[in-house]
Ligand binder design. Structure first.
Ligand SMILES: NC(=O)c1ccc[n+]([C@@H]2O[C@H](COP(=O)([O-])OP(=O)(O)OC[C@H]3O[C@@H](n4cnc5c(N)ncnc54)[C@H](OP(=O)(O)O)[C@@H]3O)[C@@H](O)[C@H]2O)c1
Length: 290
């Protein structure tokens, strides 16, 4: 399994000592509707994961809250024992309630349990990358992350976690985490139409820290823009893949984790993300989020 990841658009990036393809895969939407329960089609969920790895993707993004547990179990079923080149990023800091909500769970005991659950459901001895997921479903919320982040640093010292990151974080929380221990990535919402983190991305690029946009295609309401469709039509590429090409060109520290439940979309997204956008096209696309 696994071609050289450099065959994928964007080449590779180093998350600490882990080399990953910049073109990754986000597994969240493999669970059932509302990221709850099992997928409608179990076998095609496994097929998407196997195809991602066969195409050379070496970075998967997940969380034990997806399903809950379902997405991690699918990853394990599809890909365990994992190829050595494959790295799986997970998140802790939120659980699911019976209504399908995402209540925060960031007390030390919650985080220890979440790390144990991820180790168990993914079937690994050490988690490659754990993001502390902050804020709530509406976005980042200000406030100290110290107690929660220090708990994860302790679990890292115990050998259960290789690298740390933060997610759904304010710029101040990113800096606060960095004052406590090194992070290798920030995973926040960002795409062509939602550009809140532009300054943060540039700062992290200078520091060699990855920025991993979630909802790179707009998430539950996929990107729709006449400027995007226009540029895509001229390039003869699917709009979604042009949105991904734009992210790859936006900054070298951006890693992609687009989601899809379809092998056809996965191939289409990779195929089209190779396009090189001209200055003129970049200016046109830049206007979408301004
Ligand atoms: N840290 C956080 O708080 C947080 C929050 C949300 C998400 N995430 C992470 O970010 C990852 C990405 O988010 P996401 O999957 O929700 O959103 P996304 O990648 O922005 O978009 C996924 C959606 O786009 C559709 N899509 C993909 N390729 C397409 C194509 N070629 N043509 C048409 N539609 C296409 C998918 O539908 P099909 O299935 O039909 O292809 C799916 O509905 C998640 O998997 C998760 O790991 C993190």
């Amino acid at each position: 399994m696994g071609m050289q990841s450099t065959a994928l658009p964007g080449g590779t990036w180093s998350l600490g000592d882990l080399t990953v393809s910049r073109f990754g895969y986000g597994a969240m939407q493999l669970a059932g509707p509302g990221v709850f329960g099992p997928p409608a089609d179990h076998d095609s969920a496994l097929a998407v994961l196997r195809e991602a790895v066969d195409l050379g993707i070496t970075h998967l993004d997940t969380a034990d809250a997806y399903g809950p547990h379902i997405t991690n179990q699918l990853i394990r079923q599809a890909l365990h024992p994992y190829p050595e080149s494959l790295h799986i990023a997970t998140k802790v800091g939120a659980v699911r309630d019976r209504q399908g909500g995402w209540p925060p769970a960031r007390e030390p005991d919650d985080l220890r349990r979440a790390v144990d659950d991820n180790l168990e459901t993914l079937g690994v001895e050490v988690l490659d990358l754990v993001n502390l997921r902050l804020g709530d479903a509406t976005g980042p919320r200000s406030g100290s992350l110290a107690a929660a982040f220090e708990t994860l640093v302790e679990l890292q010292r115990q050998g259960l976690i290789r690298h740390l990151g933060v997610s759904n974080a304010t710029t101040e929380q990113v800096a606060q985490a960095q004052s406590i221990a090194p992070i290798v990535c920030v995973q926040n919402m960002y795409n062509l139409a939602y550009r809140h983190d532009d300054e943060l991305i540039d700062r992290l690029a200078d520091e060699g820290v990855a920025y991993v946009p979630f909802f790179p295609l707009g998430g539950f309401s996929p990107l729709q823009s006449s400027a995007l469709s226009g540029v895509a039509a001229r390039l003869d590429a699917p709009p979604m893949s042009v949105a991904l090409a734009w992210l790859l060109q936006r900054s070298p520290n951006i890693l992609l984790i687009p989601g899809t439940s379809s092998v056809a979309h996965l191939r289409e997204n990779i195929g089209g993300a190779n396009v090189s956008l001209s200055e003129e096209e970049l200016v046109e696309l830049d206007k979408i989020g301004r």
